[in-house]
Design a protein around this ligand. Structure first.
Ligand code: AMP
Length: 253
């Protein structure tokens, strides 16, 4: 069985985000970019499934500008066997429905038994792509996975999902879509020998047009602004003072 993993290149989680002076978006030039952390978890899970002998191949996919190849190389160094780069210009905004349509087209070509995605991308925080691609493919979906057990014989995957009330366990028939949550695993670091090996692993290039997908943009970003600065807090000397402030300053009592 083949596993396909969607990995997105995003601003590194440790970078302090700066809004562009013209308020059209956030600054991405000269900013450290990395693999979206939830995608690292998805890829790690796929590699673990392959290492346990329950999958034959892990294919990493990224949609975005030319630099997405760096993210794919990281994925190949972690242990993916090959990669597909769907080149989409940086200038064209890429929203979850377009990504989901591209992933569906690739699934129809590659025919994986599992499609793994992160539960959300930390740049847009949409948390939509996995659900949309499952809908488009009419595949069962297990989102926010914190445990994944694949039974190849029965062609079933059991997924523990992190939901508001606790953990929900689902049994999904394959092929299926899974989106990964934080507690599923601890992704590995790519070792130097594997980084070297990754240089010779294949990355196929394809365009959205070749997949018959038109990148549509049904949203317009009017303005991006920083959140308002929080005022410094004060330390109060007594509960009476707190009650007084809540009553007379904040007027919430
Ligand atoms: P989102 O719905 O934007 O929060 O993204 C959820 C997940 O969809 C990500 O963690 C990725 O697995 C996948 N995804 C979204 N955008 C892309 C992209 N441009 N390339 C590859 N995967 C993506």
């Amino acid at each position: 069985m083949k596993i396909m993993v969607a990995i997105k290149r995003v601003i590194d989680y440790a970078v302090k985000i700066r809004v562009k002076t013209d308020k059209s978006g956030v600054e991405t030039s000269n900013v450290k970019m990395s693999m979206n952390p939830f995608c690292e978890i998805a890829l790690e899970e796929a590699i673990r499934i392959k290492d346990s002998g329950r999958a034959a191949e892990v294919v990493a996919v990224s949609i975005g500008p030319a630099q997405s190849v760096d993210t794919l190389r990281t994925g190949l160094a972690m242990g993916a066997d090959r990669a597909i780069h769907v080149e989409a210009p940086a200038a064209a905004p890429l929203y979850p429905l377009s990504v989901a349509k591209i992933l569906r087209a690739l699934v129809e070509i590659e025919k994986p038994g599992l499609l793994l995605l992160g539960k959300q991308a930390i740049d847009d925080d949409c948390n939509q792509t996995g659900q949309m691609v499952a809908g488009l493919l009419q595949w069962p979906q297990g989102t926010f996975a914190s445990k994944v057990i694949l039974d190849q014989e029965k062609q079933v995957v059991t997924v523990d999902r992190e939901v508001d009330g606790g953990i929900e366990t689902l049994s999904l028939d394959l092929p299926a879509v899974i989106t990964t949550d934080l507690r599923l695993n601890q992704p590995r670091y790519a070792t130097l020998p594997n980084i070297m090996k990754a240089k010779s692993k294949p990355i196929k290039k394809i365009t959205p047009q070749e997949l018959n997908v038109e990148i549509e943009c049904d949203m317009e970003i009017v303005q991006v602004t920083e959140p308002p600065k929080r005022k410094a807090g004060v330390i109060l000397s007594s509960v009476d003072e707190l009650v007084d402030k809540l009553k007379n300053e904040a007027r919430v009592l």
